[in-house]
Design a binder for this molecule. Sequence first.
Ligand code: ADP
Ligand code: ADP
Length: 216
Amino acid sequence: MPSYIVLLGPPGVGKGTQAEIIADTTHLPHISSGDLFRENMKENTELGKKARSYMDKGELVPDNITIDMVKERLQRADCKAGAILDGFPRTPVQAGALQKMLSAFHSDVDVVPYITAAPDVLIDRASGRWTCKAQGHIYHQKFNPPKVAGKCDIDGSELYQREDDKAETVAKRINIYLAQTAPLVDYYRAQHKLVEIDGTQSIGKVTDALLSAIRK
Ligand code: ADP
Ligand code: ADP
């Protein structure tokens, strides 16, 4: 039976960091909608051009574009055993579409770890975030610095600061999260899939809590 894990939580809380770690432990692929959009932007595809205008402003990309992109990704062979979804779904329409996609594979979302932290923590984290150009590996200038400044430990590529990680854009993204994504907390809680995790803990402690949620 495949395992689909949805990581839920506000921007900057640590979803991408944790998804990288648990992808290694569970051998499930890490599917990040934000990374998929950023890859398309880097390659200047039609999808990337459409997404950029929303992303740079901190707004959500329209549901139909996002759903088609994730659907194509989940249909690839490496997702047969399941996947760790990071950043998708982000609206009730996307959550409904995900359920439909997975039911086509006779499957469903198994568990929804919900990682939380207060807005000031999120702004501190996102504004110190450094992202690797080649593969999107994630660092923080204070909390998780690379061994060599400006270079990814894993693939040696250059690190950059995301356009949408400026403090004012992060604040806007948090508001959009509260309006559009927070309703999913109730949706998954009603399905008894939600497991709340305190995201203000160290990276290692959050990983421990996540692994215990997944193994239950
Ligand atoms: P964060 O690391 O803050 O959670 P992401 O990398 O997940 O950010 O997302 C960055 C941006 O990409 C979002 O602000 C939005 O513009 C776009 N995006 C990512 N996932 C989605 C989604 N599921 N629906 C709509 N837009 C999305
Ligand atoms: P999200 O995908 O939810 O937007 P990220 O995983 O990209 O979040 O993390 C946002 C920033 O916070 C990154 O710079 C990351 O290195 C840092 N970070 C992640 N988890 C923690 C943690 N538990 N403690 C301190 N900093 C963290």
